[in-house]
Design a protein. Structure first.
Length: 736
């Protein structure tokens, strides 16, 4: 049987506080044959839960409490811990003041990091609070996952933006609801044990600390007992302020009416003895005791600034802590006759506070992370919101890699959205967006640096670049210890002098920051890399999608009104290098000789309107179809009779391979790399030949050809996406 995954939980102490109790509730209910909890505590003293943890199979590691003065030794302690215990893959931090320290060290040792916010406030004087806030700020960037018991607690620790992120989770402070159901026999037993059988009992559960506001609670009780002599106050808990609270009890002269139980293991049983629950906290990340009190069926009077998540039933009454103790007391007194217990267990379970359900969820979450840890994570950069060859190629790749259990492909983009975004997410890939380089380069670089520092679990960052004019992302990825693959997709050097200058400088720098230099063709490789040591990775397609289909051809020709037409096709963005203006000039000659000819232009881009205007000036608007961006290109190619591609330059010209896969006769410029000459369907024509020469060759080819099945030829040439995926998979595995 496989050993359980060991999760390292980090806490201050292992006593019966809110966070500690929540973790122990989960620990008791989790399947410990699959998941085991180990604990780091910031004390060498024995704590309340130590014995139970060891009985359940957990380990306890003690580290010194952080004081500031021991900063260097504290860091050393954590480094030694991770170095000696490589079995830990996940760390779950509950103590937030030093989380930015121990979580960042954990990340360097390859652990997945979780930061968990349990509170909306911070203890200490103003200087201490400021120091804590400074220490805590980096947590939102350091942790892989951000957990919080409520949105208020999440905003307090991680910031407003963080709670909208995909890595943010609300983890409800769940309880064993059935254990808290009201029981008359148990109530009688506990009241007899506490010698309060004939008393009206006001109760509170909480550590004796500043946020719990015990002094104000005593003021409230003092006002109640002045009018209701038969009342007692039951205080369950312990803490650093207990001595001062005991002194205040004596000062009020109510020693004989206040029962201090200390820390008890059976809070659920003590709650049975209570008649009204009062909880006037100054702040709370959540307020788990209020959920427990409702589960017992108690009327609750709580501070109104508690997170709204605890207001589950009509048993709860919110009151401002700015109101006087007398006001609180009068409300409590007015409700003393409402003692009928209500069973609200179904409401609490339906709200998601059942510990069994949550333990199951957390168990699966840990298991999923562990499975991801075993996967090689690869991040792709280069997918944009402009549908083109790269976008289609990457989408096809992800479709293949989804079946690989040991590799996960995700995406990073500076576009607000990318092509195929919904489809990619359905395949299980994550997509991250950062601000675009323009108009705010600082925001772009800051986001990029933060991302690569934070996401060190991506072993490989694979860049698909069109030019060398901007290689900063590659440099940043390499400097933050990622393996870098650079895939040259184009021979473009730019038209502007500054762009060409940057291209020339950067291509000399790029090899120093690149682990694997790849290219779609020898032309694109020589264009980007000064060295010849690049590898060709073919920009493959899914040839089955393009296989000639007469039924689809007829359907699409009818759809676009092309039944009796000869269709010349072109696919490409309306940009300078695609040479659309030259294509329009050629088509004008063809159309004059063959009026039944139609030009089908698929794509969009910045020059689209200019080309549309030119077609209008030449009175060709009725014979040219501008489809715009399309995702059904394989089907549109079925409707064509010939494919024409007169580009000024191309890194490869992947669409030419698609045209051949569709069985189309294809006329291309002499600037297209030889790697696309897969079949005898392609003919190259020099760009310095006249438009008349081009039109004659196109007409001859169009009139003398029947469709050809090229599926096997395309596959055997290595342009099947399965072959390319296999090649990349092998390269990725070298770095696992």
């Amino acid at each position: 049987m496989d050993k359980p995954i060991r999760i390292l939980h980090v806490l201050g102490r292992l006593d019966r506080g809110g966070a500690e109790t929540m973790v122990m509730n989960l620990y008791r209910n989790i399947d410990r044959s699959k998941i085991q909890f180990d604990f780091v505590k910031h004390t060498y003293e024995k704590c309340d839960f130590d014995d139970e943890i060891r009985e359940l199979g957990g380990k306890i590691i003690s580290v010194p409490r952080y004081t500031g003065k021991n900063h260097v030794s504290y860091i050393k302690e954590w480094k030694n811990l991770f170095a000696k215990r490589p079995e830990y893959k996940i760390i779950h931090g509950h103590i937030r003041s030093t989380a930015s320290i121990y979580l960042s060290i954990a990340k360097k040792y390859g652990l997945t990091t979780i930061a968990h916010s349990h509170s909306t406030g911070s203890r200490g004087n103003k200087i201490e609070q400021l120091t804590k806030n400074i220490l805590q700020f980096p947590i939102r960037y350091t942790a892989d996952y951000l957990f919080a018991c409520s949105d208020d607690a999440g905003r307090r620790l991680f910031g407003k933006k963080a709670i909208k992120q995909e890595n943010y989770r609300i983890i409800k402070n769940a309880i064993d609801v059935d254990k808290y159901k009201f029981s008359r026999p148990l109530r009688n037993k506990m009241r007899k044990l506490l010698n309060i059988e004939d008393k009206f009992v006001i109760g509170h559960v909480g550590s004796f600390t500043y946020p719990k506001n015990h002094k104000f609670l005593l003021d409230i009780f003092y006002e109640v007992q002045k009018q209701k002599k038969n009342t007692v106050l039951l205080l369950i808990g312990d803490g650093e302020l207990r001595d001062s609270i005991e002194d205040y009890i004596k000062e009020l002269g109510i020693e004989d009416k206040v029962i201090l139980t200390g820390v008890v293991p059976n809070v659920n049983e003590y709650l049975q003895a209570i008649d009204i629950f009062v909880f006037p906290s100054i702040y709370e990340g959540f307020g788990m005791a209020v959920i427990e009190a409702q589960a017992v069926g108690l009327n609750c009077f709580v501070s109104s600034n508690l997170p709204e998540e605890v207001f589950l039933t009509d048993l709860i009454n919110g009151i401002s802590i700015n109101e006087s103790a007398e006001h609180w007391a009068s409300l409590i007194i007015n409700n003393m006759n409402k003692l009928e217990r209500k069973d609200v267990s179904a409401i609490i379970k339906d709200a998601g506070y059942d510990i069994v359900t949550y333990a199951c969820w957390l168990q699966n979450f840990y298991l999923e992370i562990d499975q991801k840890k075993d996967k090689l994570k690869v991040l792709y950069w280069g997918m944009s919101d402009n549908l083109g060859g790269i976008e289609t190629y990457l989408f096809n790749l992800v479709n293949v890699f989804k079946n690989k259990k040991d590799v996960k492909i995700d995406f990073l983009s500076s576009s607000k959205s990318i092509c195929f975004e919904k489809e990619i997410k359905k395949l299980g890939s994550d997509i991250y967006h950062i601000p675009s380089r323009m108009p705010n380069p600082f925001a772009f670089y800051w986001a990029l640096i933060n991302f690569f520092i934070k996401k060190r679990d991506y072993k490989i960052v694979h860049f698909f670049l069109q030019s060398c004019s901007s290689i900063e992302p590659v440099v940043i990825a390499k400097l933050t210890k990622h393996v870098t693959f650079v895939d040259s997709r184009s021979a473009y050097k730019g038209k502007k002098i500054i762009t060409r200058l940057l291209d020339s400088i950067n291509k000399k720098i790029l090899p120093y920051f690149t682990d694997e230099m790849l290219a779609v063709s020898s032309v694109s490789g020589r264009s980007m890399f000064t060295t010849k040591k690049f590898k060709i990775v073919k920009s493959a397609i899914n040839p089955a999608k393009y296989k000639y289909n007469p039924l689809v051809r007829e359907q699409y020709r009818n759809k676009f009104g092309l039944s009796n037409k000869k269709v010349i096709g072109h696919v490409g963005r309306f940009v300078y290098e695609k040479n659309h203006s030259f294509l329009i000039d050629i088509f004008q000659i063809i159309h004059a000789n063959k009026p039944d000819t139609v030009l089908l232009l698929i794509g969009d881009g910045p020059l689209m309107e200019a080309i549309r205007e030119k077609a209008k000036r030449l009175c060709l608007s009725d014979s040219i179809i501008f489809t715009g961006r399309r995702t059904d290109i394989p089907k549109l190619m079925q409707a064509m009779d010939i494919f024409v591609f007169p580009s000024l330059f191309e890194g490869l010209g992947r669409v030419v391979i698609e045209a051949q896969a569709a069985g189309l006769k294809t006329i291309v410029s002499d600037k297209i790399p030889d790697e696309v000459l897969i079949t005898d369907l392609v003919k190259k024509i020099p760009l310095d030949k006249s438009i008349y020469y081009w039109s004659d060759e196109i007409i001859k080819s169009m009139d003398s050809y029947d469709r050809k099945d090229t599926y096997d030829i395309i596959c055997n040439s290595g342009y099947d996406i399965m072959s390319t995926a296999k090649q990349l998979y092998g390269m990725y595995q070298k770095y696992k």
